[in-house]
Write a protein that binds this ligand. Structure first.
Ligand code: SAH
Ligand code: DHB
Ligand code: MG
Length: 226
């Protein structure tokens, strides 16, 4: 997609942020720490972070699970919506990313409520099986295993829980059946899987803005399951 479109999306996003999102020194500081530590700027946009925060608030979520922490930017948006007795568990494979996130989470005063579990999500997820179920899950780790992550997310949820999956559109590449991009194929497998998953009801929204053209799947767990 052309540069002109990206420039327009970015300009509109920046304008919307100006109108709708109060200046936030804390979150700006988090992004500066991420950049200083050399982390890629692949986190959610500010408006998307606030959407995640709204969802946590609207659901009255007490237990939140995140896959893919990076420097903790989306974590902090969601974590700030937790009630005093709420808990957010976030899974991160890269110890360096996790270390940056820990510093950021501590600086914003959320260490008591947020736990960063380091390791491949497929290895840390089974550890959560004995714990309390989650009200909200944000899946944003590697894209290849999204189907498996979604299956875990449903298992660790209750009826009424909501699961958001990031990066399902990938600049529109998702419609390319013959794509040689493993991330795109991972997301295609996930969509194929959710198509016949009777445990959830789902929709998707395409997004444009500072982070380009992408999209979320938003799923609601509908039925009892084992
Ligand atoms: N949610 C973050 C962005 C996450 S970027 C935000 O919006 O601010 C994706 C992250 O997933 C990266 O930090 C990457 O290291 C992590 N990741 C990749 N593979 C993973 C795996 N197998 N298990 C857990 N995390 C993984
Ligand atoms: C990538 C990962 C993300 O979670 C994202 O939102 C954008 C890009 C990536 O790995 O390139
Ligand atoms: Mg993402």
């Amino acid at each position: 997609m052309g540069k002109m479109n990206q420039e327009l999306w970015t300009a509109v996003d920046e304008d919307l942020i100006e109108y709708l999102l109060p200046a936030d020194d804390v979150l700006d500081g988090v992004l500066r720490e991420c950049e200083a530590a050399g982390l890629p700027a692949i986190g959610v946009s500010a408006c998307q972070g606030k959407l995640l925060q709204f969802l946590v608030r609207m659901l009255g979520a007490r237990r939140v699970l995140e896959l893919g922490t990076l420097g903790g930017y989306s974590t902090i948006w969601m974590g700030r919506a937790l009630p005093a007795d709420g808990r957010l568990i976030t899974l991160e494979v890269d110890p360096q990313h996790a270390a940056v996130a820990e510093v950021n989470i501590a600086r914003v005063g959320l260490s008591e409520r947020v736990d960063v579990l380091v390791g491949p999500a497929l290895e840390t997820l089974p550890r959560l099986a004995d714990g309390e179920l989650f009200d909200f899950v944000f899946i944003d780790a590697d894209k290849i295993n999204t189907g498996a992550y979604f299956d875990w997310a449903v298992k660790l949820s209750r009826p009424g829980s909501v699961i958001v999956v990031d990066n399902v559109v990938r600049k529109g590449a998702i419609i390319q059946a013959d794509s040689d991009d493993a991330n795109v194929q991972g997301m295609r497998r996930f969509l194929e899987q959710i198509k016949s998953d009777t445990r959830v009801d789902a929709t998707a929204i395409q997004t444009v803005g500072t982070k380009g053209h992408d999209g979320f799947v938003i799923a609601r767990v509908v039925s009892e399951h084992s």
